[in-house]
Design a protein around this ligand. Structure first.
Ligand code: NAD
Length: 491
């Protein structure tokens, strides 16, 4: 058992926290303690903000073409250390090695996209808005910005923000999830080698106190958040009440419509990968299947087979297809929700409760689960499970199915499986969701598209990634100028 306590990364160095309280970081497959994370104090947030404010003075004056050079180096270093980073993600988060590696790929793509900063920072100019008067709009960085991130993508989600923030000329402070702080601490070693000036990228570990100190700090200009909806709402309210920009991505419960004309073999494989990939702990995971008309029986039969045959186990074992859920609390919560569904009238067709993985008996495993006939008005139907549980419902027509999709609080993702172009078009046109999949189970936008959650899945205006990232992290300044010739000195 380790007694090591993680440091913070402040002003270019790993700094021991003054925290008196720490939390264990556990391997979800074994519940073994990997390290301890400090619950840093407000003064430590203040020190990081001060260092960022000092670094900002020069970083904002550094040309965008120079600012992206350490990002190119960081990309190369992440590729070089990919195996170590993927192993760290799996150890602290539980997902399979292949899933961790895929997460790193997505993180790299965000670094690459942010390297377009010299173009993305361009403004606009109109000559002669009146005779002899020109008007320009330029983009300037905000200053010190912060991000607060969840447990399910320890490396990728922080990189939805970090590269854009710094490429745009800001100084960035991260409060990673206290459940999975190790991956980003490993990345900080590479940040140090990549040549970022000290104070440009920093980490303060901790939980709510660190978050509140960031939300209340007058020097922090913008806050990015990803996590559950109640916390997203809280952070959005407090940050904006304090005059900050905020973009807060919340929870999800993503529906998938299966039409009777869908290719059932492909559909089942893709829906199973979506529902059970990362043990259902993906904000774009399919969690509700709505079969239409004659799709019901065949889909149920096939998805039950796919769920039963999925190999659950330790994420670093090559044959494992699905890892554990993050904590023992999480496992218990998911099992209680399955029981709630049962009480509310659903049938547990495949039951993943109380199952053990040989050699990992203490692990937080919930096996793939299917609940059939979940009533639309039930509590379970409205509650985010965030585990490997697929709830099935039935509709007679596509209109009924779309109505079921749209009558929900969340709007992170929705998909349809069909071979009909007309059904696909009707769905994409009418569905009230920000990320839409057609014959796709995880409609994750590429780094150069916004991650477009809607409704209770997002609070704010500008989303993460791509052009939205640059918009969020810059302020526009409009300059109108007049230079009459007759004022010119004669030489
Ligand atoms: P969480 O909301 O519990 O925690 C997220 C972050 O907020 C962590 O850093 C945590 O320390 C902090 N936090 C938690 N409670 C807080 C409080 N009361 N005050 C201030 N800060 C607090 O989320 P999680 O369990 O880490 O992650 C899972 C959730 O994230 C799910 O709801 C999932 O849908 C969501 N998620 C959403 C997206 C998206 O793109 N919309 C992406 C990934 C995850």
């Amino acid at each position: 058992m380790t007694t090591e306590i993680l440091a913070n990364y402040v002003n270019g160095s790993f700094v021991k926290s003054v925290a008196t309280e720490t939390l264990p970081v556990r391997d979800p497959a074994t519940t073994e303690m990997l390290t301890r994370v400090p619950l840093s104090a407000k003064a430590e947030v203040d020190a990081a903000v001060q260092a960022a404010a000092v670094a900002f003075r020069d970083w904002r004056r550094t040309p965008a073409g120079e600012r992206i050079q350490p990002l190119f180096k960081l990309k190369a270093l992440v590729e070089q250390h990919r195996d170590r980073l993927a192993t760290t993600i799996t150890r602290e988060c539980g997902k399979t090695y292949v899933e961790s590696d895929a997460e790193i790929q997505r993180a790299i793509e965000n670094i690459e996209t942010a390297c377009g900063a010299p173009i993305m920072m361009q403004g606009v100019t109109n000559e002669d808005i009146a005779r002899g008067i020109d008007e320009h709009m330029v983009r300037q960085p905000l200053g010190v910005v912060a991000a607060i991130t969840p447990f399910n993508f320890p490396l990728m989600v922080p990189l939805w923000f970090l590269p854009y923030a710094v490429a745009a000329g800001n100084c960035f402070i991260l409060k990673p999830s206290e459940k999975v702080p190790m991956s980003m601490m490993a990345l900080m070693e590479l940040v140090g080698q990549a040549g970022f000036p000290k104070g440009v990228i920093q980490i303060v570990n901790g939980a709510r106190d660190v978050v509140d100190a960031l939300l209340d700090h007058p020097e922090v200009r913008a806050v990015s958040f990803v996590g559950s909806t109640p916390v997203a709402r809280y952070i959005y309210s407090r940050a904006t009440a304090n005059g900050k920009r905020a973009q807060c991505q919340g929870g999800a419960k993503n529906p998938v419509i299966v039409m009777p004309d869908a290719d059932m073999e492909t559909t089942t494989r893709i829906v199973a990968d979506s529902a059970y990939g990362c043990a259902g702990q993906r904000c774009l995971a399919a969690s509700v299947g709505i079969t239409v008309g004659g799709a019901r029986n065949e889909f149920l039969e096939r998805i039950a087979d796919a769920a039963t045959s999925r190999k659950t186990g330790y994420g670093l074992d090559k044959s494992t297809q699905m890892g554990p859920v993050i904590t023992t609390d999480s496992r218990e919560r998911i099992e209680k929700l399955i029981a709630l569904g049962e009480r509310e009238g659903a049938k547990v067709v495949v039951d993943g409760r109380a199952r053990k993985v040989s050699g990992y008996e203490d692990g937080n495993f919930v096996f793939p689960t299917i609940l059939d006939g979940v009533p639309h008005d039930s509590e379970l139907s409205r509650t985010e499970i965030f585990g490997p549980v697929l709830s099935l419902m039935h509709a007679n027509t596509i209109e009924e199915a779309i109505a079921l999709v749209n009558d929900r609080a969340f709007g992170n993702a929705a998909s349809i499986f069909t071979t009909s172009g007309a059904a696909a078009r009707q769905f994409r046109y009418e569905v009230a969701s920000g990320n839409v999949g057609i014959n796709l189970g995880v409609p994750a936008p590429m780094a150069y598209f916004p991650f477009s959650g809607w409704r209770q899945s997002f609070f704010g205006d500008l989303h993460a990634q791509g052009a939205h990232g640059f918009e969020f992290y810059t302020e526009t300044k409009v300059v109108i100028e007049r230079w009459p010739k007759e004022w010119s000195r004669k030489f």
